[in-house]
Design a binder for this molecule. Structure first.
Ligand code: PEP
Ligand code: MG
Length: 586
């Protein structure tokens, strides 16, 4: 039965409009009715189970191959464990036993087997092994989906679909076939969660905060509209509404096409202030494509995504090849590579084996590198220093909260230089070393850091969460997680002022760098560089070309005296309404 027509409000996290039928993926194991069977049905049930198992194996292999084409081999290894489970005889025998001895249908037997094995894994101490319970549930769900007549069989549809899910991990998002997916509507997450970041780099409209009730009631027969600009989700729209959204989508596509045609133009304000526009990259993307969107370099390469497969960590040579390829493809354009920011929500149980109560406040980023995984840190730094000879590289450190972390890293780099020299290995001798300003302590001591760092890059996604004390991926505090909070503007102002005194550049590489309403403030506060997902560049460049630096400065000064972010955003909305009304809705 189809869900009645309705409109719900979710949170927009990636712009654009998607219209299509839904495809449910992943999700936790759904409760199923326990279905008993007649002994005469045993052979048919066994056959159904094996057919679903074969289909599952096939899908996993295809997914793995797709990942291999798109990314580095190590990411494709994500599905190794799933394939192993499909091949696992103990698991298969347990399902067969359920069907033949307990006389239940294949779905029930699969879920019983999954529960049994997952429970055993969940009970062990070791974090790595405990996480295998998740793999077992994933595979079980996939087999069950393939058993059901309205089964998921993702990517097997003849038409592209909108993915709906309770949660979507970064690796699942990156593994999706861009041709078969129109957009995402997910229950959990936020604009700065890493899945949303990936949706933007795949240029797919996305919303989060979809209610569990709606999520559970949607079936493959339901059509939805995802408005990634406003956050609206319209279920089974009437023909008039659907047509109105098709028109809106065409208009948005036209504007984007037109903007892309101007992407070569520089981001220079009406009074001549130039802002560098560079790209955020999450995987090994094609730099020439990024450049076509208007990038003049890479402002943030989130290298931790190379370390997300807990069964394979890229060694020094593998990393060297990846960084070298990127450097060569970027030519003379600057490439800022961030050392691995493992921790928080980006976990790898092969690297971090201790579970923390507050991982975002735990041993994350530079802390982990210096205290527990100096081996991995040194390997990465060595690979970077070697690749640095092939282009214009900068190295950036994440999660810096005190000066000691920067000084200790400098000592490590000095030691590695000696080591590489002794070994006769060529390396770049003077790669600029910058710090991310993403903790309030780093921002408030920017005057000291400016004496030691070669550049700053403001990681607003984290700076906001740590300043306002609102978890960036928790939708329950999303109402507090406000980029326009005057405290954030004041921290940015202080950071920029102190950098200017020492003549070092300041970039912003968090989500606010592509938030139209935040742009007037960033321009007004004197930020030199904005790093964002490539898809956002043409729009942001156009907006900057419509603004006056002088007026933005006055606006920022006013905003810092506001009591709340609502008033701050209203100031910005007024300015954009005056200077670039056609961009207000994006
Ligand atoms: C940030 O915190 O703003 C940032 C750019 O890094 P990440 O989103 O990867 O934490
Ligand atoms: Mg960060």
């Amino acid at each position: 039965m189809r869900v009645p027509t309705c409109t719900v409000q979710a949170t927009p996290v990636a712009g654009g409009i998607a219209i299509g039928r839904v495809m449910r993926i992943h999700g936790e194991v759904r409760p199923v009715h326990q279905v008993t069977i007649d002994p005469a049905d045993i052979p048919a049930e066994l056959e159904r189970f094996h057919a679903a198992l074969d289909l599952t194996r096939d899908q996993l292999q295809k997914l793995q191959n797709k990942l291999r084409e798109k990314l580095h081999d190590s990411e494709a290894g994500i599905f190794d464990a799933h394939l192993l489970l499909v091949e696992d005889k103990t698991m298969t025998m347990e399902v067969e036993r359920g069907i033949s001895e307990e006389l239940v249908d294949a779905e029930t037997a699969v879920f019983r087997a999954v529960d049994k094995f997952a429970a055993a894994f969940s009970a062990v101490e070791d974090v790595y092994l405990r996480e295998r319970a998740g793999d077992i549930r994933d595979v079980g769900q996939r087999i069950a989906d393939n058993l059901s007549s309205a089964g998921v069989q993702e990517f097997a549809y003849d038409e592209p679909r909108i993915v709906i899910a309770a949660t979507l991990t970064p690796s699942e998002t990156v593994g999706m076939d861009r041709e078969k997916v129109l957009g995402f509507a997910v229950e959990t997450g936020s604009a700065t969660s890493h899945t949303a970041i990936l949706a933007r780099s795949l240029q797919l409209p996305a919303v989060v905060g979809l209610s569990r009730e709606l999520l559970d009631s949607l079936t493959v027969a339901d059509k939805i509209i995802v408005d990634g600009f406003s956050g609206k989700v319209i279920v089974n729209p009437d023909p008039g509404t659907e047509e109105a959204y098709r028109v809106k989508k065409r208009e948005a596509d036209d504007i984007f096409r037109q903007l892309r045609g101007e992407s070569e133009l520089h981001a220079v304000t009406t009074d001549g202030f130039v802002i560098e526009i560079v790209a955020n990259v999450e995987a090994q993307e094609d730099y020439s494509e990024i450049r076509k969107n208007g990038a003049n370099g890479i402002g943030l390469f989130r290298t931790e995504f190379l370390f997300m497969d807990d069964r394979h960590l890229p060694d020094e040579d593998e990393q060297f090849e990846i960084y070298k390829k990127l450097m060569i493809s970027a030519g003379n354009d600057p490439v800022t590579i961030r050392t691995m920011d493992i921790g928080g929500d980006k976990l790898n149980s092969g690297i971090v084996r201790t579970e923390e109560q507050n991982p975002f406040l735990g041993l994350r980023g530079i802390r982990l590198c210096l205290r527990e995984r100096r081996d991995l840190f040194e390997t990465q730094l060595r690979a970077l220093m070697r690749a640095g000879v092939h282009g214009n590289m900068q190295i950036m450190l994440p999660m810096i909260s005190c000066m000691d972390e920067l000084l200790e890293t400098k000592k490590i780099i000095a030691g590695l230089k000696v080591e590489l020299t002794v070994r006769g290995v060529p390396f770049a001798d003077s790669i600029p070393l910058g710090v991310m300003i993403e903790t309030p302590s780093a921002a408030m001591t920017a005057d000291r850091f400016a004496l030691e760092a070669d550049f700053f890059s403001i990681g607003s996604n984290d700076l906001i969460q740590y300043t306002i004390a609102a978890d960036r991926s928790n939708e329950r505090v999303a109402h507090l997680y406000r980029p326009g909070h005057p405290a954030i503007l004041r921290l940015i102002r202080f950071t920029v002022e102190e950098a200017l005194k020492q003549n070092i550049p300041v970039a912003v590489c968090g989500q606010i760098a592509e938030d139209t309403l935040m742009i007037p403030f960033l321009v007004g506060l004197g930020v030199n560089e904005l790093s964002m997902s490539p898809v956002a560049m043409p729009l942001i460049k156009k907006l900057i070309r419509s603004l006056s630096m002088h007026e933005c400065g006055e606006l920022a000064a006013k905003a810092m005296q506001c009591d709340n972010s609502g008033d701050v955003m209203e100031l910005s909305r007024d300015m954009i309404r005056r200077c670039a009304p056609e961009l207000l809705d994006f």
